[in-house]
Design a protein around this ligand. Structure first.
Ligand SMILES: Nc1ncnc2c1ncn2[C@@H]1O[C@H](COP(=O)(O)OP(=O)(O)OP(=O)(O)O)[C@@H](O)[C@H]1O
Length: 242
């Protein structure tokens, strides 16, 4: 049995005339991994932004463990327990890798030394300790992606939102990141909501998948259920293979 950690209810967002997200509802059970998939422009990142408080929804609500988040600012959503990564990775390039992670830790921690220790432990965890003193701008793409995850984790989230952290990685790097995410989920109980196009990883990691198309939810089920759903094949998977 699992209780809902995140509940998204009837969320809608329009940009001028365009319905980016339309009447979207789903729940993320505590301790689980849920993937949000769908073609480009389906409304996935907009959904993340609505959850993370980047902009308010036109309609609907977001609650985390029963606490209503709708209308809160991003820093307040972070304080409530949601950490996120961005699709376009944007570390503070002039700061070191360790300092970048400290920025996340200082969202909760006043002591710089404690924040530094937390950052080091996280970098160790993500197998990036060797790069700790390098400027973030010198990192390769896979390392930047891992730094994004470390920065988000440093805010000590109960729910981690991952926006395409596997995009652009080679298969071996994907496998490495999948192992890290699985470990965070299984060993530390971090609940994960991830936007992902790499279907191999979606199949390997997620307990549940929500499929969006044109802002609407078109399927919601286990990975095997959604990949055999004719609507999903037609709108997304078929197109991906083409
Ligand atoms: N700030 C904005 N202003 C106007 N239109 C926007 C804005 N953000 C997103 N849109 C539009 O809303 C729709 C949904 O975009 P969104 O980025 O949420 O899709 P997505 O599923 O994340 O796509 P991708 O897989 O390409 O990242 C698109 O048509 C997009 O052009």
């Amino acid at each position: 049995m699992s209780t809902a950690l995140l509940t998204v209810e009837s969320l809608s967002k329009r940009f001028r005339g365009l319905k980016a997200v339309s009447n979207l509802s789903f729940t993320v059970p505590e301790g689980r991994i849920l993937a949000l998939i769908g073609p480009n422009g389906a409304g996935k990142t907009t959904s993340f932004n609505l959850i993370a408080g980047v902009f308010p929804p036109d309609e609907g609500s977001v609650t985390l463990k029963g606490t209503r988040l709708t209308g809160l600012k991003p820093n307040q959503v972070c304080a409530a327990g949601i950490g996120r990564t961005f699709q376009i990775v944007k570390p503070f390039g002039h700061l070191t890798v360790e300092e970048n992670v400290m920025v996340g830790a200082l969202a909760r921690e006043r002591s710089v030394e404690v924040a530094r220790r937390q950052a080091r432990a996280l970098l160790e965890r993500l197998e990036m300790a060797d790069a700790a003193q390098r400027p973030a701008r010198s990192l390769t793409l896979p390392d930047r992606k891992r730094l994004e995850v470390a920065r988000a984790l440093a805010t000590r989230p109960t729910l981690l939102l991952l926006d395409e952290v596997l995009a652009g990685l080679r298969p071996t790097e994907v496998d490495r990141m999948v192992a890290v995410l699985r470990d965070l989920n299984r060993r530390e109980g971090i609940t994960i909501l991830m936007i992902e196009h790499v279907m191999r990883a979606v199949m390997a990691l997620s307990d549940h998948v929500v499929v969006l198309d044109h802002g609407e939810k078109i399927a919601d089920g286990t990975p095997p259920e959604v990949v055999s759903d004719p609507r999903v094949i037609e709108s997304y998977l078929g197109a991906e293979e083409a």
